[in-house]
Design a protein around this ligand. Structure first.
Ligand code: SF4
Ligand code: ZN
Length: 742
């Protein structure tokens, strides 16, 4: 590290530590030693940086004292002007001190009830971290950039952030220069808008974190927690966690203008976690690999057009730029974008009109590849803000195409259409609702472009099975009705097909190891009656993916000799899981949550665990409670989703606890080794409602009519005793069943 950089880092770090010490002293006097500090319900990891780097669970003012002592140790003596250090060591220690000190300062602010101003994110919750994790896992998001700005001009800010968006890389905006922030520059250029909610900002991959340099800690705090959640690491495993962020999190920092000392200190912190810094200022000395560091630590790129490509090269981020010939921008980053009523040119479906989409295979000789046909008027024909009927029929042909793949390909329509800016799409089949914005319309977007998108993307991603794609678009109601009958027959056929499939009817299950990039020991075994715990992959999807990408994350798994029918244990599955879990998991039972249950990575839709519900007749009665990611409130276990998830995540096998996909709750194989759905005694209301229809079918099969009604939710109680009382009152079957033992 050049001497200049080194001195700046140390000076900056000292200032951060001094500020934290000052705040700490003040807090001691004003709040007292025992006052609660930190980020409350937002995280289960107290002060995440201290949790990882020091193995410390700080919850009160007095817990901050050892952190500050440690900061002082890390800082060491003031560097002499002549001393030259050939490596980063002490500079990185100063980076660690900076993070710990920044965390202390922010934890005290939050402890006093401070909240970020409207339009700034502030602390990033565990919930967001998990949701984001999924996108990092499935490749929708290749990495993130922490930008310390503003940029020299609003246009440069726009250029750099859009370059990142185009590659689906998340931008975190931090800091200011004389009160000016990058957020203002992006408002000016309409990359984001002041009226956007924080959720909208996340959806378009641009997150204003905070207007001060101190806010950088939120980004670092977020990234270190991914090592805990997805890497399966724990309290005090600093080396492993840093190793994890270095290897798995493709992040980098961007700084605009000459770097002040306080930024240098934050930069050292980022470098410690493995994130290089790219600066646009010629006054910044570069820190290139020296033999001690493997990678560049600080790189200068003065050309705004080359900024993002340089970042990507430096951090070796893998990206795929999508090129689709339409008049609006197209990238995964735009997937979650909403089109508001006021910004809308036209909409289709929902309660406003008839709309459907239907993809099916045809004889390749019967279609022309790339043919796009519109039957009926285009969107110029309706008034601004109006509604139109819309049918989208996609014809695909290819030697490797099968009818079973239709639903998987059809589901991509939703994803692909959403990737275009100014297009919004929700739902599927004949339950779609989509909108086109005025901006997209004015840029020249017309209905045939939907065909352009589908043609390009299906070829691009499903080239292995599809040779030809043609699209017919209908806006004429008669034409739509003419095609709906066949479409609806196909939808029904697909439902019945998976619905009727049982685990017994197949010899092969599928594995999914997509999440191993984050939880190296995790393996999902997907069976016809149990989908992947993220809820995104069922057996048919996995089978299709094997065909499409034989060396990908899904592999066929031969069941082999049956070891236990009740618990769902097979020799072939055990062997596969053993081999693919780094020889960590020896046994795997598909239908049990207590004996060799499936491992849980970090992105499960729901988490379930045992819940004691003692009563007079049966003092050891045990039920099972479930909670879902969206429900952040308390549960009868005394923990919320995040806290429970922390106990089960990271690819570990945790008897009595398990991450699952929503649909598994109504499967015939739902913990059938432990008496199935009859054990379910509590779940959040929204989850309960969402599975109602399927559950009512299932309770009939179990000859337990009325079971759904007997399950308590948060409107009944969130206390363990409350569930016990309620279960007895309503004669819940679990109250009189044998306890679950393990
Ligand atoms: Fe991850 Fe399992 Fe979903 Fe695959 S099926 S993406 S391994 S959670
Ligand atoms: Zn996962």
């Amino acid at each position: 590290m050049s001497h200049q950089v080194f001195c700046a880092v140390i000076r900056g770090a000292r200032a951060w530590v001094e500020k934290a010490e000052e705040e700490f002293k003040k807090a001691r006097g004003e709040m007292g030693d025992d006052a609660t500090i930190g980020f409350g319900e937002e995280t289960a990891f107290c002060l995440p940086m201290a949790y990882v780097l020091m193995g410390l669970e700080a919850r009160k003012v007095k817990d901050l004292e050892p952190i500050l002592e440690h900061c002082r140790e890390l800082l060491g003596p003031v560097p002499s002007e002549k001393l030259w250090l050939p490596y980063l060591g002490d500079g990185l220690d100063a980076g660690a001190a900076t993070m710990l000190a920044q965390e202390v300062t922010t934890a005290l602010m939050y402890g006093r009830g401070w909240k970020p101003e409207e339009g700034w994110q502030g602390f990033i919750s565990d919930t967001i971290m998990r949701e984001l994790g999924i996108q990092l896992v499935d490749g929708r998001m290749p990495g993130f950039a922490a930008i310390l700005g503003p940029a020299p001009t609003a246009e440069i800010a726009q250029k750099v952030v859009q370059d990142l968006q185009m590659r689906s890389i998340l931008s975190f905006l931090v800091a200011n220069s004389d009160g000016k922030t990058m957020r203002e520059q992006l408002y000016e250029t309409e990359v984001i808008k002041p009226e956007m909610s924080m959720k909208d900002c996340w959806d378009v991959f641009v997150v204003p974190v905070g207007p001060t340099t101190l806010d950088a800690i939120h980004v670092l705090d977020w990234s270190i927690r991914s090592a805990l959640t997805f890497g399966g690491r724990g309290l005090g495993e600093s080396r492993e966690c840093i190793d994890y962020t270095k290897k798995r999190i493709h992040a980098f920092g961007i700084t605009f203008g000459p770097i002040p000392d306080d930024w240098y200190a934050v930069g050292a912190a980022a470098i410690l976690l493995g994130y290089p810094i790219i600066s646009d200022s010629e006054t910044t000395p570069e820190v290139r690999p020296t033999g001690v560091t493997v990678r560049e630590a600080i790189v200068v790129e003065k050309d705004p057009d080359k900024m993002v490509p340089t970042c990507i090269d430096t951090r070796a981020v893998k990206v795929k730029i999508e090129k689709v010939d339409i008049p609006v921008a197209f990238a995964a980053a735009f997937e979650g974008e909403r089109v508001r009523k006021d910004d809308m040119q036209v909409q289709f479906g929902s309660k406003f009109s008839t709309a459907f989409e239907y993809l099916h295979m045809v004889d390749p000789a019967s279609i022309d590849d790339g043919a796009i046909e519109l039957t009926g008027p285009d969107i110029d024909s309706v008034e601004v803000g109006g509604a139109m009927d819309l049918g989208v029929e996609v014809f695909v042909g290819g030697r490797a195409m099968q009818r079973d793949f239709e639903s998987i390909l059809e589901r991509q329509v939703h994803i692909y259409v959403n990737h275009a800016t100014g297009l919004m799409h929700t739902g599927q089949r004949d339950l779609v609702w989509s909108r086109i914005s005025k901006k997209a319309f004015n840029a020249g977007f017309r209905l045939k472009h939907i065909g352009t998108i589908l043609h390009a993307k299906i070829h691009d991603e499903y080239g292995a099975i599809v040779d030809k794609v043609a699209v017919k678009i209908y806006t004429d109601l008669k034409a739509i009705e003419g095609r709906l009958t066949e479409a609806r027959e196909a939808y029904r056929w697909r439902d019945d097909r998976l619905g009727g499939m049982t685990d017994e009817s197949v010899d092969i299950f599928y594995s999914c190891t997509l999440c191993q990039s984050y939880a190296p020991e995790h393996v999902c075994i997907v069976t016809p009656e149990r989908l992947g715990l993220c809820g995104a992959y069922n057996w048919l999807d996995c089978r299709a993916n094997v065909e499409i990408n034989p060396t990908g994350p899904n592999r066929p798994v031969k069941k082999g000799r049956t070891i236990d029918v009740e618990k769902g244990e097979w020799e072939g599955v055990n062997q596969f899981v053993y081999e693919h879990s780094g020889h960590k998991i020896r046994r795997f039972a598909a239908y049990s949550m207590v004996d060799a249950p499936m491992t849980s990575c970090g992105c499960f839709e729901c988490i379930m665990c045992l819940l004691p519900i003692p009563n007079e007749k049966n003092p050891e009665a045990t039920g099972v409670m479930v909670t879902n990611r969206e429900y952040t409130g308390p549960t009868p276990m005394g923990m919320n989703f995040g806290e429970l998830a922390k106990m089960a995540g990271g690819g570990a096998q945790t008897p009595g606890m398990m991450g699952i996909g929503r649909l598994y709750l109504t499967s015939r194989k739902f913990i059938s080794a432990e008496a199935a759905q009859k054990r379910l005694v509590w779940m959040p209301k929204e989850l309960k409602e969402s599975i109602k229809e399927r559950f009512l079918v299932r309770e009939k099969e179990l000859e337990e009519e009325g079971l759904w009604e007997k399950i308590a939710d948060e409107t009944v109680t969130t206390e363990m005793d409350g569930v016990a009382v309620h279960s007895t009152e309503v004669s819940h079957p679990a109250a009189t069943m044998e306890p679950i033992v393990y």
